[in-house]
Design a protein around this ligand. Structure first.
Ligand code: M6R
Length: 605
C-alpha cells in the first residue's frame, strides 16, 4: 500500500529519497514520485526505477517522496503523488483516504482552485494554499487545513518558500519521525529510516510535526506544542535484504525454522508444561476471568485465527469465534466483560483489524494483539499481547508470519489452557512438541526440489481445490490463498466434508485437488473424501505424514511432512503448500514478491 518517505538535511536528498522508496517497495504500489522544493517534481507509473529516467534535473537538500497504491483515480502519472496546489509551491504526499474530499473540492473550486488529478489527496495542498493566503505560517496553515478534513491520513507537506521545513501529520495512518544529526526524516514505517538513524518518534493520531535539519517540534491539532520523547527503533536494516535468495518469499519460507525458534524463545517452561508470556503478564489475572474469545484478522492472519480456534477450544476449553476485521467492525458485535478480543496482524497496521480493536475498546473489553511489527499501531492500541518476533516480512504473500502466528497461538493455548485445567502432562506434551517443530519444518524444506517437481507437473492447471478438516481446514484456505495471490490461478479452499455439498460437481480429470491429510483424528474421513474425488477422476495432490503408504496408492502426487501432534500439524502442513505456490508462480514467470493488485500493508478499508 502507499508509502511515504521525506528528508531534510545537508546532503543531496534525491538518492536518499529514492533509496528510501526502494525499501518501501515491499508494500506493493503502482506509481511513484518525488518533489524537492529546490528543483521540482518527477513522477512515473510502475516501479521506482522508472523515476530514474527523468530524475537528472532534480536536486536539493530536502524533499518528499511517495509510492502510490491507487484508491481514488487510476494509477497514472497525473494521479501519482506528490500533489500540488495552484501556485505550485505547496506539495503533499499522503497515505489514507480523505472522506470529505468531494465536498472540499467543490468548495475550493468555487474559490477558483483548479485541480490536476482525480485524487482525494490533492485537496490537502489546496486547503493549505487557502490558509497561507490568510497570512498564516506554513505549519499553522497545515494544521488549519487538517482541521477541515475527515478521514485518514499519514501525510508530509513541503513548501517551496521554506525549503528546509517539512510538516508531517498523522490520523489513522502510521507516521514515524527519524531523528538524525543535522538531518531528519519522516516515513510511513521505520524501514527507510533504520539505515540512517535508530532514534524515532512514532507519531500518534492528531499530531503534527514540523522538522528542519536541526529541529523537530510536535503539535496537536489545536496547535499546542506537545513533548514527545524519542525511542529506539528495534530491528535490523540488513534483515530486509534477500540474502542470496531469488525472492523474499523463498527467503522467508526458508527462515521458518528460525522463526518458530524466535517466537518460542524464552517463552516455554517445558518441564512445567507452561508458557511464560511477558506481554500478557499485566493482564494475566483478567485473563483468568475470560469466558469467550473473539479472534479478528484479515487474509492469512484470519486463517491463522481459524487454526487458533481449534487450538483454544480443543485444549484450553474456551469458546472462540473468529471473524474477518472488515465484518466484525460493522456488525454491532455483542460483547461483555468476560470476552477478550485477540487481533492477529503481521503489519499491525491493517485498517480493518485496527478498527475491530477500536470497536472492542469502545465496548470496554480486553484487547490482545498477536503482532509482528514492533511498535505498530495495533501493538500500541491493544491492552497487551504477544509479539511474533518473525523479523520483517517483505514478500506480499505472508509465509513466515503465518507460521509465527500459529506458534504464538499455540503458546496462548498453553498459557490459557494451564490457567483452566489443562493437565501438566498435556502441557508438557504440547511444549515438548513445540520445541521439535523447527527441525521438522527444516526437514520439509529439504524436500524443496521434490515439491518443485510436483509444481512443474501442475503449473498449467486453471483451477485447484484445497481441502482439509479440523486443524487443517484453515491450512486448505491458506494454501489456496497462497496459490491464487501469487500465481493468479483460481484456487478454492474447502472443508473436505463440504465437497459433496457442492464443489464435487466441478471435479474432473483436469481439476486437481490438494488434500491435506496428515495422520490424526480425521485421517480416515479424509481418505473417504479423497476416494470420492478419485471416483470422479480428479487428480489428488496429498500432504500426508511421512511413511503413509496408503496415501501413496490413492494420491497422484504426495508431499510428506513429519509426524506431529494434531494441534501443531498446521505448522508443518502449510510449508509444502507455500513452496508449491511459490514454484508454480515462478515457473509461470510471475513477480512473486509483488503480485499484481495487492499491497503488503493494507491501511485503507
Ligand atoms: O498485516 P496483516 O497480517 O494484518 O495483513 C493481513 C492480510 O492483508 C494479509 O495476511 C494478506 O492476506 C496476505 N497478502 C496474504 O498472503
Amino acid at each position: 500500500m502507499c508509502g511515504i518517505f521525506a528528508y531534510t538535511g545537508r546532503k543531496n536528498a534525491v538518492p536518499i529519497l529514492l533509496d528510501g522508496l526502494s525499501s518501501l517497495e515491499y508494500r506493493g504500489y503502482d506509481s511513484a514520485g518525488v518533489y524537492c522544493p529546490a528543483s521540482g517534481s518527477v513522477k512515473s507509473v510502475g516501479a521506482v526505477g522508472n523515476l530514474l529516467k527523468n530524475i537528472d534535473g532534480l536536486s536539493g537538500e530536502s524533499g518528499i517522496a511517495h509510492i502510490r497504491w491507487a484508491t481514488h483515480g487510476e494509477p497514472t502519472e497525473k494521479n501519482a503523488h506528490p500533489h500540488r496546489d495552484c501556485t505550485g509551491k505547496v506539495w503533499v504526499v499522503h497515505n489514507g483516504i480523505i472522506e470529505n474530499y468531494l465536498d472540499l473540492k467543490k468548495k475550493l473550486a468555487m474559490k477558483s482552485h483548479r485541480f490536476s488529478s482525480d485524487t482525494d489527496t490533492e485537496v490537502l495542498a489546496h486547503l493549505v494554499e487557502e490558509h497561507l493566503k490568510k497570512k498564516k505560517s506554513f505549519e499553522a496553515a497545515v494544521v488549519q487545513a487538517l482541521r477541515e478534513v475527515r478521514g485518514t491520513y499519514g501525510a508530509v507537506f513541503a513548501y517551496e518558500t521554506e525549503p528546509d521545513k517539512l510538516v508531517a501529520a498523522r490520523m489513522g495512518a502510521p507516521v514515524v519521525l527519524g531523528l538524525g544529526s543535522h538531518e531528519n526524516f519522516v516515513a510511513s514505517d521505520p524501514s527507510p529510516i533504520m539505515r540512517h538513524t535508530k532514534d524515532a518518534i512514532f507519531m500518534k493520531d492528531g499530531e503534527v510535526a514540523v522538522i528542519t535539519p536541526d529541529t523537530h517540534t510536535v503539535y496537536n491539532l489545536n496547535f499546542d506544542r506537545i513533548d514527545r520523547a524519542a525511542e529506539k527503533i528495534e530491528g535490523d536494516a540488513e534483515a530486509i535484504k534477500k540474502g542470496g535468495y531469488r525472492h523474499f518469499m523463498l527467503k522467508e519460507i526458508m527462515e521458518e525454522p528460525d522463526v518458530v525458534k524466535n517466537t518460542l524463545r524464552g517463552r516455554l517452561l517445558t518441564k512445567n508444561g507452561l508458557a511464560k508470556l511477558g506481554g500478557l503478564e499485566s493482564v494475566a489475572e483478567r485473563l483468568r476471568g475470560v469466558k469467550r474469545i473473539i479472534i479478528v484478522g484479515c487474509g492469512t492472519a484470519y486463517y491463522a485465527g481459524l487454526a487458533g480456534e481449534y487450538m483454544l477450544e480443543g485444549h484450553a476449553g474456551l469458546p472462540v469465534e473468529v471473524e474477518v476485521g472488515s465484518e466484525f467492525r460493522y456488525r454491532k458485535p455483542v460483547l461483555d466483560n468476560s470476552t477478550a478480543l485477540v487481533a492477529i496482524s503481521q503489519s499491525g497496521e491493517t485498517a480493518d483489524t485496527l478498527e475491530a480493536v477500536r470497536e472492542a475498546k469502545r465496548q470496554g473489553i480486553l484487547t490482545l494483539g498477536i503482532i509482528n511489527a514492533v511498535g505498530s499501531t495495533i501493538a500500541r492500541e491493544t491492552d497487551a499481547g504477544i509479539y511474533n518476533h518473525a523479523g520483517p516480512e517483505i514478500g506480499v504473500a505472508s509465509t513466515k508470519a503465518f507460521i509465527s502466528q500459529l506458534t504464538a497461538l499455540a503458546l496462548l493455548t498453553l498459557f490459557l489452557g494451564r490457567q483452566r485445567g489443562m493437565s501438566l502432562a498435556e502441557g508438557k506434551r504440547i511444549a515438548e512438541e513445540l520445541t521439535r517443530i523447527p527441525e521438522k519444518i527444516a526437514s520439509i524444506l529439504k524436500d524443496e526440489r521434490k515439491i518443485k517437481a510436483v509444481a512443474k507437473k501442475y503449473k498449467d492447471c486453471r483451477d485447484f481445490l484445497y481441502m482439509g478438516r479440523t486443524y487443517n481446514y484453515p491450512v486448505a484456505l491458506e494454501g489456496a490463498l497462497k496459490l491464487k495471490e501469487i500465481s493468479y490461478i483460481h484456487a478454492e479452499g474447502y472443508g473436505a466434508g463440504e465437497m459433496k455439498h457442492g464443489p464435487l460437481a466441478m471435479i474432473d480429470g483436469s481439476f486437481p485437488t490438494v488434500a491435506i491429510a496428515p495422520s490424526g483424528s480425521v485421517y480416515e474421513k479424509m481418505l473417504s473424501n479423497i476416494q470420492e474425488i478419485r471416483a470422479r477422476k480428479g487428480p489428488i495432490i496429498a500432504v500426508s505424514t511421512a511413511g503413509d503408504k496408503m496415501m501413496r496408492q490413492f494420491a497422484s502426487d504426495t508431499m510428506f511432512i513429519p509426524e506431529t501432534i494434531e494441534m501443531l500439524s498446521p505448522l508443518l502442513a502449510v510449508v509444502p503448500l507455500q513452496l508449491f505456490a511459490y514454484h508454480i508462480a515462478t515457473l509461470r514467470k510471475l513477480d512473486v514478491d509483488r503480485p499484481r493488485n495487492l499491497a503488503k500493508s493494507v491501511t485503507v478499508e
